[in-house]
Design a protein around this ligand. Structure first.
Ligand code: ADP
Ligand code: MG
Length: 565
């Protein structure tokens, strides 16, 4: 296991802090010894300075929250280590305003101790200090005397207090507001992989495949509970139930879906969508939904869900604009209306013709093989794409045994409903064959299929620009057309099918000239192009349909191609 840059823990914490100062831009300054970030330019009306901090490793919290509408100073310790009281004292003294300083502290023994000692030193200097302690974590609700841990609700507390401080609230008012937001907040976190140690790249703890740490913290300690992975909706239900069991939220909730550092943006949005739907299903009104990585645990692969019982008194502070690089930019939740749904998914037929149903069954069986071929030279989705196209054609189809109609359904399904490169290109292939077949008498189908493949080749080359030798489906398509031209035959026959298979097989020795295979160069060599194999396979199926031939010569050759390498 490796990390991108191996770094000394202390060095990384410092470099991260100075990096945050650079990202924050004008107005935010960096002190290296003791280490903290601060702003010299609080909003004009601000009477109380907001100071927070804690171990590094949770970026952008807290350094990224310094600036207009946020914190006046942030002091990070080393990774997952509380800051020293000297840092907190110096940072607070630097930014203190006439009404004093408010410390926002996550509930961990070391943090509480160091902030409290710094507060004593500040008071001795005549500076008024109050503390807001954040303890939102559901996973540590039974922790006894030490109490619950402080986690992602800190983001919400700091955002709300930042805007209220800019509005000129007093120290006592801000402290009361902060405590109220904390009391209304609960967070639960899950992780499928621990963070990697910045030193040696090893995982802090192991999570067995198929399970999740449920109620995990943000410092690399495993959770008390380990659960089996369910589908996303099941997981979100469980998390929402944990948070809403004793929640009364007459004014609705603010929802924060927070990435723990190793979770992709799309996954967070997917999770946010599921969480919002779960809350709506429980008739909990949502005032605001934010997704993003705000309170991370290095690169832990996981997500936390925070639900806050909203108060209209402070909601405007939550929505307020700010000038920090790291705080969320919440919007007023408006749900989602699907204004252009086609309804194609519903009410469709489930009775495909025997030919189309057979194609669908075989596609399902070959799906993984096609994905594997695409993985070797592309992104591994070719089998999925072709399966989507065929299943959409099945929905469009009817039970009637009509090859020409089925080809039409396949053409429109692949053109309209399948993404990737292959979807629309295969749509052109089916379309070419379908339109020739539509005009042909029943006994001239073999000729129509061959002519259709010729039209398809022209259309595919016009759209995609591939030539023979570029390692695409053109290599199979052109092989059939060229072979028929050489032999001067009028219709698709067994030899054509073998030519297609040979054309597809030859791609195994080619370097990609078009499509994703072009990006991997020589590494694609050894396995054939999935699009070319699929075209050869379709030629075999069409030939069998047209001639009624049921020999398995073509199947055997194709299986060899798919299994190869
Ligand atoms: P994507 O590359 O977008 O993931 P698919 O995996 O669905 O698309 O399809 C990959 C196949 O598309 C390739 O195996 C290749 O046969 C075909 N292909 C890609 N680009 C072209 C092109 N320009 N002309 C013809 N076929 C192409
Ligand atoms: Mg692909």
């Amino acid at each position: 296991m490796t990390v991108l840059f191996i770094a000394d823990r202390a060095k990384r914490a410092r470099a991260g802090l100075s990096g945050l100062a650079m990202v924050a831009g004008e107005g935010v300054e960096y002190s290296s010894d003791p280490a903290y970030l601060f702003t010299r330019r609080p909003a004009e009306g601000r009477r109380v300075a907001l100071v927070s901090g804690g171990g590094a490793g949770h970026e952008p919290m807290h350094g990224g929250f310094v600036g207009r509408g946020g914190l006046d100073a942030a002091c990070p310790g080393e990774i997952f280590t509380s800051p020293h009281n000297r840092q907190i004292y110096a940072a607070s003294a630097q930014v203190a305003l006439p009404d004093g300083v408010l410390h926002i502290v996550k509930n961990y023994t070391g943090d509480v101790l160091n902030f409290s000692i710094a507060a004593e030193r500040l008071r001795a200097d005549g500076i008024a200090v109050e503390q807001v302690l954040v303890d939102d974590d559901w996973g540590s609700r039974d922790a006894g005397k030490v109490g619950r841990r402080g986690t992602a609700a800190t983001v919400i507390v700091e955002k709300v207090l930042g805007a209220a401080a800019d509005a000129g609230w007093s120290l006592a008012e801000l402290a009361a507001l902060g405590r109220d937001v904390v009391a209304r907040s609960r967070t639960v976190a899950v992780a499928s992989e621990a963070h990697r140690s910045p030193g040696d790249g090893g995982r802090a703890f192991e999570v067995s495949p198929g399970s999740l740490e449920f109620g995990v913290g943000i410092h690399g300690e495993p959770a008390r509970e380990r659960i089996d992975v369910t589908d996303l909706d099941g997981l979100v239900d469980r998390m929402v139930d944990a948070l809403t069991a004793d929640l009364s939220a007459p004014e609705g909730v603010v929802v924060l879906v927070n990435g723990l550092g190793g979770t992709g943006q799309l996954e967070l949005l997917h999770f946010g969508d599921a969480a919002a739907r779960a809350l709506m299903a429980r008739r909990v009104p949502i005032r605001s939904l934010v997704t993003g990585a705000y309170c991370t645990a290095l690169d832990m692969r996981g997500v936390s869900l925070t639900v806050v019982d909203a108060d209209p008194e402070w909601l405007p502070h939550w929505y307020a604009d700010h000038g920090t690089p790291g705080l969320p930019r919440p919007t007023v939740f408006a749900g989602v209306d699907d204004v252009h749904a086609t309804g194609r998914e519903e009410g469709a037929s489930t009775h495909a013709s025997p030919w189309l149903q057979n194609l669908a069954d075989r596609t399902e069986r070959l799906r993984d093989h096609f994905n594997a071929l695409d993985q070797a030279a592309g992104d591994g989705d070719f089998g999925d794409n072709i399966a989507v196209g065929v299943s959409h054609a099945v929905r469009r189809g009817d039970a009637e045994d009509d090859l020409v109609a089925d080809l039409g359904h396949l053409a429109s399904a692949f053109l309209d409903d399948v993404g990737g490169s292959s979807g629309p290109l295969l749509g052109l292939v089916f379309g070419g064959i379908a339109s020739r077949a539509a005009d042909a008498p029943g006994d001239a189908l073999a000729g129509a299929v061959l002519a259709g493949l010729g039209d398809a080749l022209t259309a595919v080359q016009r759209a995609g620009g591939a030539q023979r030798g570029d390692r695409t489906l053109v290599d199979a398509l052109a092989a059939v057309v060229d072979d028929a031209g050489r032999r001067d035959v009028e219709g698709l026959d067994g030899t054509s099918v073998l030519a297609a298979i040979e054309g597809a097989g030859a791609t195994a020795e080619m370097v990609g000239g078009r499509g994703r295979a072009a990006y991997v160069g020589e590494r694609a060599i050894g396995r054939p192009d999935p699009g070319a194999v699929a075209v050869a396979w379709l030629c075999a199926l069409l030939w069998q349909a047209v001639t009624g031939d049921s020999s398995d010569q073509a199947d055997t050759a194709l299986e060899a191609l798919l299994a190869d390498g």
